[in-house]
Ligand binder design. Sequence first.
Ligand SMILES: [Fe+2]
Ligand SMILES: [Fe+2]
Length: 215
Amino acid sequence: MTFFQSLTYDHEILDNAAGTLVSLVKSMNNGAEVINKISQLINFFQNYMIEYHIVKEEWLINELIGMQIPADHGPLYYYNFEHKEHQKQIDNIKKHLVDENKREALLSLTLKFCTDLWEHIDKENSVLFPESEKVIGAAKTSRLNKHLEENNNMYDKVLKQICIEIIQQYPPVISLPESIRGDGCTSCRFYDGRCNGIELEWWSDYQWEDLFERE
Ligand SMILES: [Fe+2]
Ligand SMILES: [Fe+2]
């Protein structure tokens, strides 16, 4: 599996894991087993998403920064911003899980985490990955593939397997009224004046000139 394929594959699991987390939190009255599964999924998000998947995305972001693509504004800034937000959301969910009096707050935190993560996945799949693949070149791509080979350890496979089993046992919600899914920068919550989208924030003159040949 190539570096970019692995990121997209991670997203399929993370997308479903977020939906399953919502299903589980909605059925928490079913007792200790459900709480145990929620803990396992939170462990998955911490160890697989934060400490493995996002680390891989940081390798990519660092390669892009090395190509003078800005990270203090625009898409790279907001990808990094959201990665930090994911960590805070997971910490918060974990805190609320141990307190039986905070079930309502736990549900609203989980719904927000799920909708934010789905939006994040949509824009990485439709903007970050395809745009990066176009500009990054063969040498950097093979460096990323090599990094992946060297860091693809058994622990990640075990975590992924546990998560897949929980998803099969507790099917994910596939949509939420709070969530609007879609491709491209215009579906992003920061495309409201805070970020002007990939073309204006990121593209060089060369990319504009080359537009019709690349399409
Ligand atoms: Fe990400
Ligand atoms: Fe991602």
